[in-house]
Write a protein that binds this ligand. Structure first.
Ligand code: HEM
Length: 401
C-alpha cells in the first residue's frame, strides 16, 4: 500500500475501518503494541486519548481469549463508551450464572425449530429482490433478515424492527455521532426493553423475554436491568454481525462465478464457504479486555489495569496459523478460526448466525443461476470500529442468463 509506513494510532480511522487488512499485516509482527484506541473526547469526561494494547497475532489472541482470569471483560470503558452489556462485559461468577440461563434459549435444537420460519422470511425477501434488476443487497436483504429474526426471538412486534436497526447502528457508530446523540438513542432502547420486560411480567408470551422474566437459577431470578442488558446485547451482537457475514459472503462469491456454479451443484460446500468467509472477512473485528494483573504476551510486558484490544480479524489472517491467509480457500482446516471468539465468551448466537447464512446461500443458489456486481460501486462501512462489512453492495441476481 502506498500509504505505508503507518502507525497503530491510525487503527481507528475510516480508511482502516474500511479495509484493515494491510494494516494488520504491517503491524502484526510488532504486536502486542500500545496505541491510541480512542481519541481524546470520545469518552465524555476523558480529555486524554484512551490507550490500549493491540493483540494481532493468532497465538496472543487465542491465549488471551482462553485466559479470562487475566484478560477480564468487565473493563473500564464498559458503561462509558458503550452501555454495559450483559455477558459480554461480565466475568465469572456473574457471567457463568447468566450464560447458563441464556444458553437454553440458543441451543442447536431451538435454532432447528426456528429454521422453517427463517426460510419463509428469506423467501419473502428474495421474492422482493427478484422483482428488480439490480439490488442494493445490504438494504434489501442483509440488514432486514437478522433484525427480523432477533425481533421474533425476543418477541418484538415486526413493525418495530426499523427502530431496532437505528438503535443498533447508533450504538456501534463511534465516529459519525456525538456522545450526546448516542446516549439519547441508548436511553430510548433501554426504556423500550424495560417496558417489554414489564409487559411480560404481567402477561407471558412465547418468547425469549418471557423466558428471561421467568428464568430462575438457584432460586434467583433476573433483575430488569439484566434483562434489558441481554436484549441490547442480542440486538447489537446479533444483527450487525450477521448482516456483515451475509454481505461479506456475497461480496466474495460475486467475483467467483465458477465457484457459484460449483456450489449450485454441490451444497456440501456451503458450510465451508461460511466458515472461510468468517475467517477471511471476520464480521466482528475487535473487542476490549482488561489485564487483571501484570502479564506478558509474545515477550511484551502488559501492566495490570491496561486495556487490551483483541483483533479477531487480524488473528484470522495470521500466516503463522493460516498459510496464505489472504486467499479464500475451501480446503483449509477452519476449526480454529476465532471469528466467534473462543473460551467462556464464545458467541452464543453462532448456531443462529450460521443457520441464517446457510439458508440464505442455499436459497440464492436455488433461485439465481447468475450473480453479478451491479452498476453502482460497492462501498465498505467506515464508521463502526467493531465490524467489517459493506455499507452498500449492489448485486444483479438473475434467474436466467
Ligand atoms: C456472524 C455473526 C456473529 C459474529 C461474527 C459474532 C461474533 C462474536 C464474538 C467474536 C463474540 C465473543 C466476544 C468476546 O470475545 O468477548 C461473541 C459473543 C456473543 N455473541 Fe456473537 N456473533 C455473531 C452473531 C451473534 C448472534 C446472531 C447473536 C444472537 C443473539 C450473538 C450473541 C452473542 C452473545 C450473547 C455473545 C456474548 C457471549 C458471552 O459473553 O458469553 N452473536 N459474538
Amino acid at each position: 500500500m502506498s500509504t505505508l509506513p503507518i502507525t497503530a494510532d491510525q487503527l481507528s480511522t475510516p480508511d482502516v475501518i474500511a479495509n484493515p487488512y494491510p494494516w494488520y499485516h504491517e503491524l502484526r509482527e510488532q504486536s502486542p503494541l500500545n496505541y491510541e484506541f480512542l481519541p481524546a473526547g470520545a469518552v465524555s469526561g476523558m480529555n486524554e486519548p484512551v490507550k490500549a494494547w493491540a493483540l494481532m497475532r493468532y497465538a496472543d489472541v487465542y491465549g488471551a481469549l482462553r485466559n479470562h482470569e487475566t484478560f477480564a471483560s468487565n473493563h473500564s470503558l464498559a458503561g462509558k463508551v458503550v452501555p454495559r452489556l450483559a455477558l459480554i462485559h461480565d466475568d465469572p461468577p456473574r457471567h457463568t450464572r447468566f450464560r447458563h440461563l441464556v444458553n437454553k434459549a440458543f441451543t442447536l435444537k431451538r435454532i432447528e425449530t426456528l429454521k422453517p420460519w427463517i426460510t419463509t422470511v428469506v423467501n419473502e425477501l428474495v421474492d422482493e429482490m427478484a422483482a428488480s434488476q439490480e439490488t442494493e443487497f445490504m438494504q434489501a436483504y442483509a440488514i432486514p433478515l437478522p433484525v427480523k429474526v432477533i425481533a421474533r426471538m425476543l418477541g418484538i412486534p415486526g413493525e418495530d424492527y426499523v427502530r431496532f436497526k437505528l438503535w443498533s447502528d447508533t450504538f456501534l457508530a463511534f465516529s459519525s455521532m456525538t456522545p450526546g446523540e448516542r446516549a439519547k438513542s441508548n436511553q430510548e432502547m433501554m426504556a423500550y426493553f424495560g417496558q417489554m420486560a414489564a409487559d411480560r411480567r404481567t402477561q407471558a408470551a412465547e418468547d425469549l423475554i418471557t423466558a428471561l422474566v421467568e428464568a430462575n437459577v438457584d432460586g434467583e431470578s433476573l433483575a430488569d436491568a439484566e434483562i434489558i442488558g441481554f436484549c441490547m446485547l442480542a440486538l447489537i451482537a446479533g444483527n450487525e454481525t450477521t448482516t456483515n457475514l451475509i454481505g461479506n459472503m456475497l461480496g466474495i462469491l460475486v467475483d467467483r462465478p465458477d465457484l457459484w456454479q460449483q456450489l449450485r451443484a454441490d451444497r456440501s460446500l456451503v458450510d465451508r464457504v461460511i466458515e472461510e468467509t468468517l475467517r477471511i472477512e471476520s464480521p466482528f473485528q475487535r473487542l476490549s479486555r482488561i489485564a487483571t494483573c501484570d502479564t506478558a504476551l509474545s515477550g511484551v510486558a502488559i501492566p495490570q489495569g491496561s486495556l487490551v484490544t483483541i483483533y479477531y480479524g487480524a488473528a484470522n489472517r495470521d500466516p503463522a496459523e493460516f498459510p496464505n491467509p489472504d486467499e479464500f480457500r475451501l480446503d483449509r482446516d477452519l476449526r480454529n478460526h476465532v471469528a466467534f471468539g473462543m473460551g467462556i465468551h464464545y458467541c452464543l448466537g453462532a448456531p443462529l448466525a450460521r443457520a441464517e447464512a446457510s439458508i440464505t446461500l442455499n436459497t440464492l443458489l436455488d433461485r439465481f443461476p447468475v450473480i453479478e456486481r451491479g452498476r453502482e460501486p460497492a462501498l465498505r462501512q467506515t464508521t463502526s470500529l467493531m465490524v467489517y462489512g459493506y455499507q452498500q453492495l449492489p448485486l444483479n441476481l438473475r434467474a436466467s442468463n
